[in-house]
Design a binder for this molecule. Sequence first.
Ligand code: CP
Ligand code: NVA
Length: 311
Amino acid sequence: MSKNKISGRDFISVFDFTTEEIWKVFKLAKSMKSNPKKYRRSLDGKIMALIFEKPSLRTRVTFDVGIKQLGGDSVYLSPLEINLGKRESVYDVAKNLERMVNGIMVRTFGHDVATGLADAASIPVINGLTDLEHPCQALADFFTIWEFHKDLKKVKLAFVGDGNNVAHSLILTAARLGAEIRIATPQGFEPKKNVVDMAKNVAKKTGSKILITNDPVEAVKNVDAVYTDVWASMGQEKEAEQRKKIFYPYQVNINLMKYAKKNALFMHCLPAHRGEEVTDEVIDSKNSVVFQEAENRLHVQKAIMHELLRD
Ligand code: CP
Ligand code: NVA
């Protein structure tokens, strides 16, 4: 099976897609959302291997349902099964799977595991979250913002919390789309410098503005949307208590939301730890779009699989 070179080949980082390719995905996702029946046979008989080395609700269900809605099917591989790089090398896993399935989605720890799979496999590989990035999430999130704001170049998004995978992918997506993004983290939890540098480089061309700060109020002032994520990510469970103390000033609550625009959206990739990074009042407010974001994972990932897997 050969890699389809139409789009980003693999989707391991947001930056695997150009600005035009992201817009192509958005327009296709919009069409798929409004007219799913039209695409019922688009990926007829295509099989995705879904490799999970961490737990999941949204990613698992949306990839599984998504490929089935396009006429294909999936094989779920749980954290107990493959043991990527331990029971068997990443290279050997890729060389097996490329003979059996048409595409791979991988959720794992090290980003190098995902890139290693993509480099070795002749079939498309999609990142379903690594410690460095969560590109499908960020695309679904900007697609959600687009449903409210037609001109993404005029949108200001604030992310308040840990500057890791979700924040990284949001920065890269904002850079590609020319949106403004402000990231507020505690000291020592800023996004990685090389990710920010890459984004700033692209931002020069697209008109995106990127601010990294330790001040949540500075980040949130007058924005169109406020985003947060858990304080302890999967794999950091042991640090959870310590992190609670550090991140508490970064909680998204009504007081912080007051600095944003009046009808600013509240966003979260989920799962949420209510009462920690976000209060019930905010996540249950009328401007919260967290479940719309979750649903949009389905439509956007269907469009991504369509672009990467179709003949
Ligand atoms: N947002 C997200 O990726 O959710 P899951 O961890 O449940 O897949
Ligand atoms: N930062 C979180 C995102 C979960 C979707 C984690 O990695 O656990």
